[in-house]
Design a protein around this ligand. Structure first.
Ligand code: 7TS
Length: 422
């Protein structure tokens, strides 16, 4: 493994209880090597690794009780349905939604946003109306709105952000003054910069003008407590794979009254009450928005992932990840020519940076040879890259299992890269 000797400062001492060694043993993948080095996985914002409990729950479903849900009278269908609906209850409690009817399972954040853009957007947005997003969105929270605007003749408006990566609130307020804004959609935590946006304030401002709000929670959900009733957002979207769960499954939370008024997004089996060739009556919530056979084992795995996380405690996770963030920010600023992009006061545990004269892809490739996985590229946020005048960034992002030693390994290799490109 990597020596820590070249790093002058000591990792901070912890003021919270965390058995990190025990947590790491629960992630089988963390034992593997990459090119002869221990894996250092710092690409958690792209996707997190899965604890054994989640892997086993999915395997257990397929091995012992798998069947289609909501339809069979036989035992396996009853067991699968119960496990699937239990996961819905876990999600409801996890984000403090009022009822299970407000939890729609989707394939991920992208589908959750598309659902709202297509259903609410498609039925309420007309030519001349406006949809407001921010300049720091992931493509998933840009393109669905752009397509909606193109289709309807509405206009997409964008809230700018300052160099630190913080939204300019008075510009947001100014955009909402037009009286034509039908919907606001913004990211809770930026995947490219780490900025945590003041969701509650932004929601209040929109609600004062009766504008519904969708929050893209993909990068927030695993790092601090999310209470949708406290935030008062109308919709909240997130993905299973970014919270220790499987990929191919996600959640759309929506306020009941809005979901009830919205037309279905996809139509077909499992979302109907009565079908005749003349007319179809749709099922009640949440089934109305879950057409077809869903990712049954994935949903069950997501429920187990949330239980696993709750067992550790989100506040412990947050405390640990914030020490990693502080340590990384401090250590990276010692690397000559390295520039951190995104220096907001409130940040999630991720750090994006560029190095003078070195392409992020070269940084990512050389780190990979040392077993260190990071993201290098436009972070699916090209307008954010444009704001800083760079084509791409390197990004390290953390999860509960990361250690300060891994940051030391990262920084040591960055010093090497600096030498290499001299
Ligand atoms: N919104 C944000 C803020 C994201 O970070 C991502 C994925 C998505 C939406 C889309 O999520 P999906 O699960 O539907 O794909 N972000 C990243 C990333 O930063 N690197 O890879 C994927």
């Amino acid at each position: 493994m990597h020596s820590m000797r070249e790093i002058p400062t000591m990792p901070p001492t912890r003021n919270y209880e965390l058995d990190l060694a025990h947590i790491r043993t629960q992630f089988p993948i963390l034992c593997r090597e990459v090119y002869g080095n221990s894996l250092v996985y710092l690409d958690n914002a792209a996707s997190m690794q899965k604890p054994l409990k989640v892997i086993k729950a999915i395997s257990d479903c397929y091995s012992n009780y798998y069947s289609n849900i909501h339809r069979g009278v036989h035992l396996l269908s009853t067991l699968s349905t119960a496990a699937y609906e239990r996961a819905r209850k876990i999600v409801q409690l996890f984000i403090n939604a009022s009822s299970m009817q407000e939890i729609i399972f989707t394939s991920g954040t992208t589908e959750s946003i598309n659902l709202v853009a297509s259903s609410l957007g498609g039925s309420t947005v007309k030519a001349g109306d406006e949809v407001v997003i921010t300049g720091m969105e992931h493509h998933s929270n840009i393109v669905p709105w752009q397509v909606l605007c193109e289709r309807t003749g509405a206009v997409l408006r964008v809230v700018p952000f300052n160099y630190r990566g913080e939204l300019i609130i008075h510009e947001y307020e100014r955009l909402l003054e037009s009286g034509r804004v039908k919907l606001v959609a913004f990211v809770h935590t930026s995947n490219a910069l780490g900025t945590i946006n003041p969701v509650k304030i932004l929601v209040e401002i929109a609600h004062a003008r009766d504008i519904p709000v969708l929050v893209d929670g993909a990068q927030a959900i695993a790092h601090s407590a999310v209470d949708v009733r406290e935030l008062d957002c109308d919709f909240y979207a997130f993905s299973g794979h970014k919270i220790y769960g499987p990929s191919g499954v996600g959640v759309l939370y929506g306020k009941r009254a809005l979901l009830e008024a919205m037309p279905p997004y996809q139509v077909g089996g499992d979302m109907i009450k009565i079908v005749t060739f003349e007319k179809t009556q749709y099922a009640e919530l949440p089934n109305k928005f879950e057409a077809g056979t869903p990712n049954i084992a994935g949903v069950i795995g997501l429920g187990v992932a949330l239980e696993w996380l709750q067992n550790i405690g989100i506040e412990i996770i947050k405390a640990h990840e914030q020490t990693l963030l502080e340590y990384t920010t401090d250590q990276l600023s010692r690397v000559p020519g390295l520039n951190i992009l995104g220096t907001a006061c409130e940040k999630a545990p991720l750090v994006a940076f560029t190095m003078k004269g070195i392409h992020p892809h070269d940084i990512g490739t050389i780190l990979d040879r040392e077993g260190i996985a990071i993201r290098a590229g436009h972070q699916c946020a090209q307008p954010t890259m444009e704001r800083y005048g760079v084509p791409a960034m390197a990004r390290v992002s953390f999860a509960i299992y990361n250690r300060h030693e891994e940051i030391d390994a990262l920084v040591k290799t960055l010093f090497k890269i600096k030498e290499l490109f001299k």
